[in-house]
Design a protein around this ligand. Sequence first.
Ligand SMILES: Nc1ncnc2c1ncn2[C@@H]1O[C@H](COP(=O)(O)OP(=O)(O)OP(=O)(O)O)[C@@H](O)[C@H]1O
Ligand SMILES: [Mg+2]
Length: 420
Amino acid sequence: MVGKIRRVYGDKVNPFDKYEVQNISLKGDLSILSAIHQPEEFPHRDEQINIMVASLSGIMRGFSSNNILVYGKTGTGKTSITRYVTGMLKEKIGDRITACYVNCQTYDSPYSILINIAKSFPGSDNIPPSGWTLDRIYDELVNKIKGSKKTLILTLDEIDKLVEKNGGDSLYIILKLMGEDVGIGGTIIGITNDSSFYEKLDPRVKSRMSRESVMFTPYNADQLKDILRPRVEKVLYKENYDEAAIGLCAAIGAREHGDARKAIDLMRISIEMAVRESAIKINVDHVYRARDTMEIDVIRETVKTLPIHSKIVLMAVIVCGERHPNSATTGEVSSLYSDLCREVGIQPLTSRRVSDYISDLEDFGMINTTVKSLGRYGRTRYIRITGRENDLKRFILEDQELEPLKNIKNTKQFRLDENI
Ligand SMILES: Nc1ncnc2c1ncn2[C@@H]1O[C@H](COP(=O)(O)OP(=O)(O)OP(=O)(O)O)[C@@H](O)[C@H]1O
Ligand SMILES: [Mg+2]
């Protein structure tokens, strides 16, 4: 449906007219290219699906199954494929199993996890969200599981967060619940990005967590194209996209540790952009710009969550960089940081702590440091910003506490110059 619709009101043109021009019409819902879409097929994951299915298949014959640990970097399909596998098992023997999914990033205490498991069983309305002791919920849950005579398949997504926050005991409690206390036996499917998760567990937990490991390897660009293409074909007509746009989304996703989510999100944002601009086709230019938008969003989120001192250190690095384009020393940054702290009415931290914050910022990829030897004068660390200074400044100044730094260039220049 190409064609300009131009409505004239008297002799005026309605400013909304341009948004009525729709050169790309969508064939399917754009949410197919978002996290809420659960695909029916998972290209390049047959091996992982087969291992999980074989491991869980014992339950069909009345045996217990090993616990499963699913490893892999972000966006490699761990959550969606686990959901798919447990969903398929439910379809087969739904009358014999209770499948429960808990994200340990959201529910990060044994208490909240037990409550969530309990909710998967009928008649759990009597359990309050807080107020009972852990033992009481545990006993209630044991009764519920026994009473149901069903095998519990418990998916603990981001399982490392549970142990990180509450220690190994928290997992031990849940493992016990799945074991002999209940009599029927259940299976835990633990999902994690941390490849050393199992090794870090204490021996007591390890021995209960007997497991099958499934590794979700990063996707390469060709594999990501195969994942992306069927979704794009559901959303767009062939004439509305360049094949190269799919290729570029896949290449960028592959570079980011083989991340399917990144490739899919890039494609969706590119389409939104092209539709907004009334373009005829989605091309690589849209993808490049979508990538920039995504990167900026990530940077903004990262800056937002930095502690206030870290934001001030970052601001000091930026301002020092403006003064010394060839990169500033730790001493210069530290001294400017102290000035900025005073400017916003905050007590500056010691140089040692500032040094720690500098290392953290380097881990985030916001700054680069190099250590140079000064011969008999020792060594010094030089610091420079990795780029996007203006965006970073803008995001730092979004913190209301740092508002006094807004005019730093004009009012503080002289004093700062003196201090450096
Ligand atoms: N083989 C695949 N086929 C189709 N879609 C896939 C495939 N792998 C991943 N996806 C899609 O990629 C997105 C990310 O997958 P998912 O959320 O399962 O990743 P994850 O490994 O759990 O990531 P994280 O560690 O960040 O939680 C989802 O939209 C998912 O549907
Ligand atoms: Mg996940």
